[in-house]
Ligand binder design. Structure first.
Ligand SMILES: NC(=O)c1ccc[n+]([C@@H]2O[C@H](COP(=O)([O-])OP(=O)(O)OC[C@H]3O[C@@H](n4cnc5c(N)ncnc54)[C@H](OP(=O)(O)O)[C@@H]3O)[C@@H](O)[C@H]2O)c1
Ligand SMILES: *[C@@H]1O[C@H](CO)[C@@H](O)[C@H](O)[C@H]1NC(C)=O
Length: 309
């Protein structure tokens, strides 16, 4: 099969398009998915740079966490999926601990059934691929913070992959009373469209100096010391980029297809939707350009690769 690979850690230049890669075999708990679309996440470039090499799989690595595609092979142990099912998911259960050697930037990927869900019928493969890692991270953070109806939240990096889902889930799934979010100037309208009541331009205001305080602050950019200053008495702050002082906590996503299934009604009703960068999709031949764009930090929403041969 065709697949993007790297056999050393480094810059975008280590990525090579190979045409003679073996189709992965499947274990008892896995299905083989024909990849139709795959999305990039910051973890893909951080991993390629070698940040997680102590816990990574051996090189050469086919990168890619997010997939949307079609099940083409199942084994007897798999009960919930069959050939022909349209599925999506984040193929790495522990994002930083032994992510798969053979990921989603390939024609086929072997995935545990429990990490997948059926693709919502109203979404195409590009839209579905844009969801798993980012929306599951948004959801897991809100759940860990015990975010509940009537509470207020501030989302840092509201226009990013994760932040765009935190706004939507907080507002439309968890029933937030007030959602505030930060971004640069041109993305403020997007924040409002996603459900933010207050859109803060971080190029003009320091959110931590504003009088408003929140039950939960979801830091999806990496400003932990400032984030905790915007927390109300008794509230909490979530960090997804590393350590944070109390009352904050940090976590690393555990991928889980059940979360996608649980959110399916909201996706099918259109209450929650992926935000696709205007340059999306990138063709399979342009995966290296897609990475460069991701690493420029100028994307708005998700970068998806489609079609995959
Ligand atoms: N712990 C976990 O399990 C977990 C899971 C997912 C992601 N993460 C981490 O969370 C962070 C956010 O992920 P994401 O997918 O939401 O990111 P993303 O979509 O790539 O975020 C991009 C946005 O970040 C803003 N930005 C501004 N300055 C930036 C800079 N120096 N570096 C990066 N972004 C900048 C930009 O918006 P403006 O124009 O508004 O500045 C840009 O649109 C990443 O560090 C990622 O690795 C952790
Ligand atoms: C997966 O998510 C479901 C639904 O939220 C939850 O019940 C289950 O415990 C989760 N499994 C893991 C391994 O986290």
């Amino acid at each position: 099969m065709k697949a993007w690979q790297y056999d050393e850690y480094g810059s975008v230049d280590v990525l090579k398009l190979a045409t003679d890669v073996a189709v992965p075999g499947i274990n008892e708990d896995q299905v083989l998915v024909k990849v139709v679309a795959a999305a990039l996440n910051p973890v893909d470039y951080k991993r390629r740079l070698g940040y997680f090499k102590a816990t990574d799989s051996p090189l050469p690595i086919i990168p890619g966490y997010d997939v949307a595609g079609v099940v083409v092979k199942v084994v007897s142990e798999v009960k919930g999926l069959k050939e022909g099912d349209e599925v999506y998911g984040d193929v790495n259960e522990k994002a930083l601990d032994g992510p798969k050697q053979f990921g989603t930037l390939a024609e086929y990927v072997a995935v545990e059934e429990r990490l997948l869900a059926l693709k919502p019928k109203n979404l195409d493969f590009v839209q579905a691929a844009a969801l798993p890692l980012a929306i599951e991270t948004a959801y897991e953070g809100l759940e860990r913070a015990k975010f509940t109806e009537g509470q207020s939240i501030l989302v840092l990096n509201g226009a990013g992959g994760v932040g765009s889902f935190v706004i939507q889930l907080a507002k439309h799934v968890f029933g937030a009373s007030k959602v505030a979010a930060t971004s640069s100037t041109t993305k403020l309208e997007l924040l409002k469209n996603l459900g933010a009541d207050i859109a803060i331009d971080y190029t003009k205001h320091n959110f931590e100096d504003l009088p408003d305080k929140y039950d939960v602050v979801y830091d999806a950019i990496g400003q932990p010391d400032k984030a905790v200053k915007a927390v109300k008495e008794g509230g909490s702050a979530i960090s997804i980029t590393g350590p944070i002082p109390p009352p904050g906590f940090s976590f690393v996503l555990t991928s889980n297809g059940s979360v996608l299934t649980k959110l399916s009604p909201y996706l099918e009703s259109g209450k929650v939707k992926p935000v696709l960068d205007p340059k999306t999709p990138f063709s399979f031949e342009k995966v290296n350009e897609a990475y460069s764009y991701l690493e420029s930090h100028r994307a708005t929403g998700k970068i998806v690769i489609y079609p995959i041969p």
